[in-house]
Ligand binder design. Structure first.
Ligand code: C2E
Ligand code: MG
Ligand code: MG
Length: 766
């Protein structure tokens, strides 16, 4: 399509070029006029042919045709060189120009220029300048030469401004927001060439040029029509009237040069000529005043523009683009101000670090646009909840900070924090529907005794906010010194944990799991131990969550799994335990979320030469609630490997029955918290009874954790729980101690009630 169009356009332009040559070089006026007439017919043809493709609606196409027809007839009248014909020529040229203005306006309306007002004023300055030149150089001299008065002078006088308006419209198109495609540029050039043609004939009529230049003027018209026709036939013509998708374009320098010349040239022409008569004198004065006014308006606009741009830049640097709230740097400056004022006024500013809980879930499930909408709503609510003198800032993501310059006391600070929490009690009415969010808030009060910086205060509020998150979210925490120490301690653990594996500071301990019916050791749970360089032991309760947060858990967990399986293989081979013994390994949610996890498990089983059936993976319910689809997919893949999965710490969380039904689980481990009271507390006992009954009905294996006394073991056994682990049986021990541990436990098997042997502490059977 495009190719055929291009070929047609090329032919059209080639014929047009030949006509232009004829219009300049043909010896007789008839031949030149014939070329002119043909060019007009071709342009009308091109307009009709391309009407549909270029979206030229009826009035626009008609305007082009009227323009061409009137210009053509006007041209032929000019040749007659009679008074009436000259008037007809001018009048038709005016009609043609007005028709072209109509068409150009249609184009401009579809291509809105940048900074419309400024562009209009720029174009106005140009038009006025050109009008003044036109008046001095053409209109006045032509009127004198031909003795024009009245209607003819008025038509000629109007022709100048009309042409200028047309030029302005061309300028508007050129200054439009987007880069014009070829067809539009051709159309602009056609108008320009046409105006040059008119100028030439006007110069001839005014006696400034010899009549032989008429040919040149005529050829300009022919060329203009040919170019315009070519433009309409070109394939980019579709963009002339349709809104374009081209990137924005700023041409400030070009505009400046054009506008300044629009001022300069008339000044030069004014200086070089003298007024012809009184009327001429006044026309000049009025025109100069008009140009002066337009220029002044433009200067004022440009000044305002610069101030606005500057304000915009300053605002952009100080505020958060999404919510319009002050940003971090503005907040820090405000904290600084408050601190300085606090020393003199003895006031105590408070900083509230507000962080939305699980905002990532909203972004992930509803999309980023909804996330943004929510952030804006939260900003508005926080703003409405605090006193006018307080500042609400947004730091990044879902972090907001409120600065209250005169909170006064911890109690007052807590009161405002409660109000801030209250902001989230009502659902947020978003376009997706109502959404509930909660927030965790950390408060830091400026201590007038310590010399803290704004950054310190912000960090303290941040630390307190993390404390609130740790405390279960949707709550408030007030900063104190101990939090700082905790943070410092955690940071040192984080750093040391990165190297713990390489430095061989990690080890696996194992705790036997006993079959209460047979008294046999049915398996072991692998539990990680970390002895730091300086000899201090760090509990897994402390370091596993850090490894989770920092992501080191994937490497550490993979190491633990392989280590535990290799150990089991070794014990089986050495006869420490039965060849059917199992190994239970704890798995963190982050490991389960890793798509490569099942493959890693499979490889570890192969490397350790352990049957999948002998591996229990202990998972907690957290991931099944947070990311059920992901958890289900991973657990099913593990299941298909033949590996079994145990639900650890059962009873502490939601412990919903639906989890047990929905996920492929084969064991539940009753949490120590319930085992602790099973012998004495009827509530715990009935809970354990329920768990056991539920587990049995679902055909699940049940293990009780943390069995510490014989009574607990007895009750558990009576309730139908057939497997147990705990300090009563054995504490977690290093691998080398397992042979003696298992041997001691086997010696006890068959002893009624598994009573601890005389002389041994009641804390361990082994
Ligand atoms: P868990 O999986 O529930 O492990 C049982 C915890 O209870 C172990 O604590 C064990 O030493 C302790 N325990 C066993 N019997 C008794 C008892 O009779 N009384 C009392 N008071 N405690 C008993 P530990 O070794 O400190 O591990 C704590 C938690 O750390 C584990 O809880 C597990 O969630 C996690 N963990 C340990 N090792 C690993 C590991 O290799 N990977 C992962 N992801 N987590 C691990
Ligand atoms: Mg466990
Ligand atoms: Mg447990």
């Amino acid at each position: 399509m495009q190719r055929a169009g291009a070929l047609r356009t090329r032919w059209y332009l080639a014929v047009g070029a030949a006509l232009t040559v004829v219009a300049v070089a043909a010896p007789t006026a008839h031949q030149r006029d014939a070329a002119y007439g043909l060019a007009c017919v071709m342009l009308i043809g091109a307009t009709l042919v391309s009407k549909r493709r270029t979206h030229l609606n009826g009035p626009v196409a008609a305007a082009i045709i009227v323009a061409v027809a009137s210009l053509a007839v006007g041209h032929s009248l000019r040749g007659l060189r009679m008074q009436a014909a000259m008037f007809g020529h001018s009048a038709l040229e005016l009609v043609g120009t007005v028709a072209m203005i109509v068409a150009a306006v249609a184009v401009v309306r579809r291509r809105p220029p940048t900074r419309v007002a400024a562009t209009v004023v720029d174009a106005g300055v140009l038009a006025l300048g050109a009008w003044l030149i036109g008046w001095i150089v053409f209109v006045r001299p032509i009127a004198d030469a031909h003795g024009q008065t009245g209607a003819t002078l008025a038509v000629d006088g109007l022709l100048g401004p009309a042409t200028m308006i047309l030029l302005c419209l061309v300028a508007l198109i050129v200054f439009s927001r987007t880069k014009p495609r070829l067809a539009l540029r051709m159309l602009g050039s056609a108008l320009l060439v046409d105006v040059i043609g008119h100028t030439t004939t006007a110069l001839v009529d005014a006696g400034h040029l010899a009549t032989s230049f008429d040919r040149f003027g005529g050829a300009c018209h022919v060329a203009a029509y040919v170019i315009a026709g070519g433009a309409l036939m070109h394939w980019t013509a579709a963009e002339i009237l349709s809104p374009t998708t081209q990137p924005p374009l700023e041409r400030r320098l070009g505009r400046l040069v054009l506008t300044t010349s629009g001022l300069l040239v008339p000044v030069v022409v004014l200086a070089a000529t003298t007024p012809h008569d009184n009327a001429d004198h006044w026309v000049r004065i009025v025109s100069v005043v008009a140009i002066g006014c337009a220029t002044m308006v433009r200067v004022v606009m440009s000044g305002r523009d610069t101030t606005e741009t500057q304000d915009e830049l300053v605002r952009g640097a100080q505020t958060d683009a999404l919510t319009g709230l002050p940003n971090r740097s503005t907040l820090l400056a405000k904290i600084n101000e408050c601190m300085t004022a606090a020393w003199s006024d003895n006031r105590q500013p408070a900083l509230y670090f507000v962080d939305l809980d699980r905002f990532k879930n909203i972004n992930d499930s509803l999309g980023h646009a909804a996330g943004d909408e929510l952030l804006v709503m939260v900003a508005q609510r926080l703003r409405a909840a605090v006193p006018d003198h307080a500042t609400v800032a947004r730091l990044s993501g879902d972090e907001y900070v409120v600065l209250e310059p005169g909170a006064g006391s911890a109690a007052a600070a807590m009161a405002l924090a409660d109000r801030l929490l209250g902001v989230f009690r009502e659902p947020l009415a978003m376009s997706h529907g109502d959404v509930f969010v909660t927030a965790s808030i950390g408060i830091a009060l400026l201590s007038l005794r310590s010399s803290s910086t704004p950054e310190d205060l912000l960090r303290h509020a941040d630390t307190a906010m993390y404390r609130a998150k740790d405390a279960g979210r949707n709550c408030v925490a007030l900063y104190d010194e101990s939090m700082h120490q905790r943070v410092a301690h955690r940071l040192s653990l984080e750093t040391a944990l990165y190297r713990a594996l390489d430095r061989e500071e990690l080890r696996m301990f194992h705790q036997p799991i006993l079959d209460l019916d047979t008294g046999d050791v049915e398996g072991f749970e692998a539990l990680m131990r970390w002895r730091r360089e300086d000899g201090t032991e760090v509990s897994p309760v402390e370091f596993i969550p850090i490894a989770e947060d920092t992501g080191t858990i994937n490497a550490i967990g993979a190491w633990a799994l392989l280590e535990a399986l290799i150990q089991l293989r070794l014990w089986i081979d050495e006869g420490v335990c039965s060849s059917l013994a199992t190994m239970s390994v704890n798995v963190s949610p982050r490991q389960l979320a890793d798509p490569g996890f099942p493959a890693m498990v499979s490889e570890a089983l192969t490397r350790a030469a352990v049957s999948p059936h002998q591996l229990w993976l202990e998972v907690t319910e957290g991931i099944m609630i947070a990311e059920p689809e992901l958890a289900l997919a991973t657990l099913q893949r593990l299941r298909s490997l033949g590996v079994r999965v145990a639900l650890d710490d059962f009873g502490t969380g939601y412990s919903s029955l639906s989890l047990l039904q929905r996920f492929p689980l084969q064991r539940i481990k009753i949490d120590r918290a319930f085992v602790l009271g099973v012998a004495d507390n009827p509530n715990d006992r009935s809970l354990v009874r329920t768990i056991v009954a539920m587990g049995r009905s679902l055909d699940l294996d049940i293990v009780a954790e943390g069995v510490e006394t014989v009574q607990q073991m007895q009750v558990l056994s009576d309730l139908g729980c057939k497997k147990a682990q705990g300090y009563l049986i054995s504490r977690p021990v290093p691998a080398e101690a397992m042979r003696t541990t298992v041997a001691a436990l086997e010696r006890l098997s068959g002893v009624p009630g598994l009573r601890p042997p005389a002389g041994r502490p009641a804390t361990s059977l082994a």
